[in-house]
Design a protein around this ligand. Structure first.
Ligand SMILES: O=C(O)[C@@H](CO)OP(=O)(O)O
Length: 207
């Protein structure tokens, strides 16, 4: 029987997560803690007995490095890896590089929360979650999902908001409930899919 296994993991802490800066498409490296989180993610997956046939990641180094570190722990450094811009973080536009607390002081707590977590209000010059879904979902449907349904065990290392875009569909969130769905760095979320591509089970390896 096919496993139909899909594991999503957000990259480990980045330099800009640590500095509390809006990151989006900017390309900071992982911190030492981020390296540790990514390594731990791979070790957790290995301890639970997971192995993979294929991996996907974004074109940003924090996600690629997280994947490399996890695969190293899994003993799967030769796994085929597909990198695509469709899995990049949500573009934060003009907010990229700004400090989140400075932004709250300038535009107010509520406005910044709306930019960060609302479904369809984009930050100035950037993408809303809805815009992000519009590029990640077609990629998921055409490139990732068919591989899972064919029986490949698939690992995806990407970003808080590009993964929330996929999770919105997988977990059937509404624009309201997705606002509260946070994803911890380096914490794999394991989905088993049914043959009709809906979710059979979810296991969160957070903590
Ligand atoms: O800065 C970013 O790109 C994201 C993810 O770290 O931040 P936020 O949680 O504000 O969407």
């Amino acid at each position: 029987m096919s496993e139909r296994l899909l594991v999503l993991v957000r990259h480990g802490q980045s330099e800009w997560n640590l500095k509390n800066l809006f990151t989006g498409w900017r390309d900071p490296d992982l911190t030492a803690l981020g390296v540790e989180e990514a390594t731990r993610a791979g070790a957790r997956l290995k301890a639970e007995g997971y192995q993979f046939d294929l991996a996907f990641t974004s074109e940003l180094s924090r996600a690629q490095k997280t994947l490399d570190l996890a695969l190293n722990e899994l003993g799967q450094t030769d796994l085929p890896v597909i990198k695509d811009v469709a899995l990049n973080e949500r573009d934060y536009g003009d907010l990229s590089g700004l400090n989140k607390d400075d932004a709250r002081a300038k535009w107010g707590e509520e406005q910044v929360h709306v930019w960060r977590r609302s479904y369809d209000v984009p930050p100035p010059g950037g993408e809303s979650l809805k815009d992000t879904v519009a590029r990640t979902l077609p990629y998921y449907v055409t490139e990732i999902l068919p591989k899972v349904l064919q029986g490949n065990r698939v690992l995806v290392a990407a970003h808080g908001n590009s993964l929330r875009a996929l999770i919105m569909v997988l977990e059937k969130h509404t624009p309201e409930t997705i606002m509260k769905r946070e994803l911890a760095t380096g914490a794999p979320v394991i989905y088993r899919l049914k043959a009709d591509s809906t979710v059979e089970s979810i296991t969160d390896l957070a903590g």
